[in-house]
Ligand binder design. Structure first.
Ligand code: MN3
Length: 207
């Protein structure tokens, strides 16, 4: 097996009460595992792709370089695997790493959005409020600027050449056990963002 489910860097209960344990368990052990399994199935007949990371695979989506028979599988299941793998790492229990962006990311957000709590969070809220299933992102463009974006389904910013550093899964499976409205989930999400990790992702992408 080429791709494996990464372990959560905290327990299922760690993000309570903002993201509940039942949601985390199902989301990680069922949904994410299914994406990993289906990606492995899809690429099992293509040993030439076995050495590529999931991020490298997803970056090839839409460029006519993947075998046509597995393009959609890589887009959906590879995207699902890559997206969730980032998502788990940018979450952290309340009180650990949640005090806000640090270092050069803090300055870059101020430069790009003017105000963090108002304009950046509003832009992210709008991206997360997209119609239907998908994701909201804070990404870095090839021109090395920050951008808030939204993708449908399991599409990844990597396929468009951007590097995601923060994300929020807004599929119903990510929140419906606890929240009846997506807007409440989006607002509560900020309590459990691992800003140390997001800032580290930023430094790495800009290096
Ligand atoms: Mn999900």
């Amino acid at each position: 097996m080429v791709h494996t489910l990464p372990p959560l860097p905290y327990g299922y209960f760690a993000l309570e009460p903002y993201i509940d344990a039942a949601t985390m368990q199902i989301h990680h052990s069922k949904h994410h595992q299914a994406y990993v399994d289906r990606l492995n199935d899809a690429i099992s007949l293509h040993p030439e792709l076995a050495a590529l990371s999931v991020e490298e695979l997803v970056a090839k989506v839409g460029k006519n370089v993947l075998p046509a028979s597995i393009e959609t599988a890589v887009r959906n299941y590879g995207g699902g695997h890559a997206n969730h793998s980032l998502f788990w790492t940018i979450l952290a229990p309340l009180g650990s790493s949640n005090s806000g962006p640090t270092g050069s990311l803090r300055h870059a957000l101020a430069d790009e959005f003017g105000s963090f709590d108002d304009r950046f969070k509003n832009a992210f809220y709008d991206a997360a409020s997209r119609f239907g299933s998908g994701w909201a992102w804070l990404s870095i463009t090839p021109a090395r600027t920050l951008v808030v974006e939204s993708t449908a389904n399991e599409d990844s910013p990597l396929s468009a050449g951007n590097t995601p550093i923060l994300c929020l899964d807004v599929w119903e499976h990510a929140y419906y056990l606890k929240y009846t409205r997506r807007r409440e989930y989006i607002i509560q999400f900020w309590n459990v963002v691992n800003w140390d990790q997001v800032s580290e992702n930023y430094e790495k992408a800009m290096a």
